[in-house]
Design a binder for this molecule. Structure first.
Ligand code: F6P
Length: 326
């Protein structure tokens, strides 16, 4: 691989708290290692249109603590086509960009992989998504903050649930992944946690809720990950209501609230470590890979080694949730 002098950095897919900290780390580490850094706006959309800007140390001042992404983000349909990727590659060449660092989820990683295969553009992916659903890393940037946001909301809902003796179904994000649901469910003391990775029997859920009611349980919170096989929080609540009129039931969907806000120390630290590692990795000739963290150590995984495997939820977390929700 030729020496890399000029690197394009971008964020793509759903934004995640800590993306700004990662951009800052990439820009500052890049400059530290005498690279030129170019910011690419609006993810792959901006790459196709050549929406680029030179970055310097000051361009990333005062963003470490901010949610969202200063480079903006998008989900690009055009980039999913070979024609779209060709246009993007031509823009990158026109700006003499010889490598990319993209911060995003599995779709963003897949996009960079295709650009690498079709046009030989070297890259490192930094995992940034609240869903924590990418194999090859214990944590993705944004997951910790989003889970804390969900827990804060769950605690508030518990206050009103207790005051009115109500049953709440709280829907959290995580398209195909139960990570936010299970972690916030354990931390928020949920009676039941419904995740996409597991089948949930409505009869068993109703039985559990009835049991709690008989034991004078005055409020119950059920956490539901969006996109599960059993349906949305609203649908599950309806099914439960059909089988038991015992409860005064409410539904709250936390939605995009979980994507915003000040990143936690954990996400800022993770993003800072991953940003530096991405620059150093490219400099050492690593490509077609994602930086990850395993037991506190930074690692790199090739696309083909991780992207054909699902990221399993920690089975032990499910066991703990069950024991504690009797
Ligand atoms: O991937 C992150 C995520 O927040 C998912 O949890 C959610 O399903 C999705 O993005 C929502 O995407 P959008 O903001 O495009 O509606």
């Amino acid at each position: 691989m030729n020496k890399i002098n000029r690197i394009g950095v971008f964020t793509s897919g759903g934004d995640a708290p800590g993306m700004n900290a990662a951009i800052r780390a990439v820009v500052r580490a890049g400059i530290y290692y005498n690279k030129e850094i170019v910011g690419i706006y609006r993810g792959y959309e901006g790459m196709i249109e050549g929406d680029f800007e030179e970055m310097d140390v000051r361009s990333v001042a005062n963003i470490l603590q901010r949610g969202g992404t200063m480079l903006k983000s998008a989900r690009s349909k055009e980039f999913r086509t070979p024609e779209g990727r060709k246009k993007a590659f031509e823009q990158l060449k026109k700006s003499n960009i010889d490598a990319l660092i993209g911060i995003g989820g599995d779709g963003s990683f897949t996009g960079m992989h295709h650009l690498y295969l079709e046009h030989g553009m070297p890259y490192i992916c930094i995992p940034g998504t609240i869903d924590n659903d990418i194999p090859g890393t214990d944590y993705t940037i944004g997951y910790d903050t989003a889970t804390n946001t969900a827990v804060e909301a769950i605690d508030k809902i518990r206050d009103t649930a207790l005051s009115h003796n109500r049953l709440f179904f709280i829907e959290v994000m995580g398209r195909d992944s139960g990570y936010i649901a299970i972690s916030s469910g354990i931390a928020g003391g949920a009676v039941s946690i419904i995740i996409p990775e597991e089948e949930t029997s409505i009869d068993e859920l109703v039985e559990k809720l009835n049991k709690g009611g008989k034991k004078n349980k005055t409020s119950s919170l059920v956490i539901v990950a969006e996109g599960g096989k059993s349906g949305s929080a609203m649908e599950i609540a309806e099914k439960v209501k059909e089988k038991s009129s015992y409860f005064d039931t409410k539904v709250t969907i936390l939605g995009h609230l979980q994507r915003g806000g000040t990143p936690t120390y954990f996400d800022r630290l993770l993003a800072s470590k991953m940003g530096v590692a991405a620059i150093e990795g490219l400099d050492q000739g690593k490509t077609d890979a994602m930086v990850g963290i395993r037991h506190h150590d930074i690692i790199f995984n090739k696309f083909d080694d991780i992207m054909n495997q699902p990221k399993d939820i920690h089975k032990d977390d499910l066991r703990i949730a069950k024991i504690l929700s009797i």
